[in-house]
Design a protein around this ligand. Structure first.
Ligand code: ATP
Length: 458
């Protein structure tokens, strides 16, 4: 029985819908999963790719002062000595003396086990980097780490990127890639996992101009989320206190999202000063500098780092787009994804499976597919197929019916309003392209007509 009451998004609803519709599954599901690891399904992978592509477009391809990199996950272990991760990248761990569950000491409000109330051990520093061995011999000398952040791949390539791209200060280097952290406490779905993806920028600036660029990037990054449809009042900034700042950080703001479990970090923007480049100069013995155009001196730049999580962005987009409403006494669940992010842009829904109708619908499908991610679905009653597409967040459904055989027209139904227009099949491609670009549904092509106007409030 459908619950007949629209409600707010909760983590339980999201997890279940994501699994049912193919967004996200527990990793190694048939073996009972693996703690804090997740797999993106057929629809989830499209959503995640769209988020990464939107980020790459805005931060690399549409800017003159940025280049991209894709560096390896395994790096020379000296990198992690230089960066401070070997000695400092740890959380305080406590263990319950009764049930042996482990906790992050700084997450606890009381000095007893949250699971059973038992007594806790004294905190010990636990390094969050995953270790493995390179080559066939498993000995300490062959230890390598799975990178806990993508940033260091950028710092160690600073000179390569600078020399080959011929950029001048200020300029940035961006990277998207996997990172691994052996987190003590995980949870909240994909919010905190042990394997995740980051989208990081290291923006190199002349010392003295760092405060200005810091403010610029905070603003720029906030706007990026809003442009992709995240509601402004679900985003806030939080400045790190002195005691919270990482060892490399001069200043840091978290961009927080109002997740179902409360406000939490979506992205961190930090002023890392010249810490990283200087450390790598010292540990590698190589000069890492660039020319200050004004003084003609070689300097070590400061760096502003906007560091975002891909998976946390996916979660924020899912939470923000989730909606429930009552339509004809039934609960309608939908994702109001921004059209750039929607995993499927157009669904082709022939009214029946009759051959003459399928033939036309398949022609439409073949025509639209090269332009938009399009899905063909002829499985159930039309109403149920609309609801399925709503749950996938598909912005437009195209229905081909028996009248289409006569008048060579098809219906476009808009996800958010459920309004419908009827347009010549020959105009479908251009019309959908305009709508996906933000044009109002009721702007009609030649020969088009308003077909069905829902009176409900959206
Ligand atoms: P937190 O305080 O939540 O542990 P952090 O401050 O350690 O995060 P950063 O080192 O600043 O995180 O990493 C940059 C971004 O990478 C974070 O804003 C987040 O989006 C993402 N991130 C970090 N750790 C995880 C994780 N375990 N799972 C998913 N995303 C993560």
């Amino acid at each position: 029985m459908t619950e007949n009451k629209p409600g707010k998004v909760t983590m339980e609803k999201l997890v279940s819908l994501c699994q049912r519709r193919g967004f996200i599954f527990p990793s190694s599901d048939i073996y009972g999963g693996l703690s804090a690891c997740w797999d993106y399904g057929p629809v989830g992978v499209e959503l995640k790719r769209n988020i990464k592509e939107a980020w790459w477009r805005a931060n690399v391809q549409e800017r003159d002062d940025m280049v991209g990199l894709d560096t390896s996950i395994l790096m020379n272990p000296k990198v992690w000595e230089a960066s401070g991760h070997v000695t400092q990248f740890s959380d305080p761990l406590v263990e319950c003396k009764s049930c042996h569950q482990r906790w992050r000491a700084d997450d606890l409000t009381e000095n007893k086990c949250p699971a059973c109330g038992g007594e806790l051990t004294d905190p010990q520093q636990f390094n969050l980097m995953f270790k493995t061995f390179m080559g066939p011999v498993e000995e300490a000398a062959n230890t390598v780490y799975l990178r806990p952040e993508t940033a260091q791949g950028i710092f160690v390539n600073f000179q390569n990127a600078l020399n080959t791209s011929r950029k001048r200060l200020p300029f940035g280097v961006a990277q998207i890639g996997k990172a691994f952290r052996n987190e003590i406490t995980t949870g909240n779905f994909i919010f905190r996992s042990r394997e995740f993806e980051q989208m990081e920028i290291e923006f190199f600036v002349k010392p003295g101009s760092d405060d200005k660029w810091f403010d610029y990037w905070v603003e720029e990054r906030l706007n990026w989320y809003v442009k992709l449809g995240i509601r402004k009042d679900n985003i806030q900034l939080r400045e790190h206190g002195e005691d919270e700042l990482a060892h490399y950080s001069r200043k840091c703001f978290d961009i927080e999202y109002n997740f179902p479990m409360g406000w939490a970090e979506l992205e961190g923007v930090a002023n890392r000063g010249d810490f990283d480049l200087k450390q790598h100069m010292e540990y590698s013995g190589k000069g890492i500098t660039c020319l200050d155009e004004e003084t003609k001196e070689h300097i070590v730049p400061y760096v502003i780092e906007p560091s975002a999580g891909v998976d946390r962005s996916v979660l924020a987009v899912l939470c923000d787009a989730y909606d429930e409403e009552i339509v004809n006494d039934e609960l309608r669940v939908l994702f109001h994804f921004h059209t750039d992010l929607a995993p499927i842009k157009v669904a082709i829904l022939p009214l029946s499976r009759k051959e003459n109708l399928s033939a036309v619908a398949k022609e439409v499908y073949a025509d639209l597919r090269p332009c938009f991610v399009t899905q063909y679905d002829d499985t159930q009653a039309i109403g149920r197929r609309y609801r399925r597409q709503d749950e996938l967040g598909t912005p437009y459904c195209v229905t081909v019916d028996f009248q289409s055989l006569e008048d060579k027209m098809a219906t476009i139904r808009e996800r958010d309003t459920m309004n419908q227009i009827r347009v010549p099949i020959a105009a479908l491609r251009d019309t959908l392209s305009a709508k996906l670009g933000g044009e109002d549904l009721f702007v009609l092509p030649e020969g088009g007509q308003i077909w069905k106007e829902e009176k409900k409030e959206v």
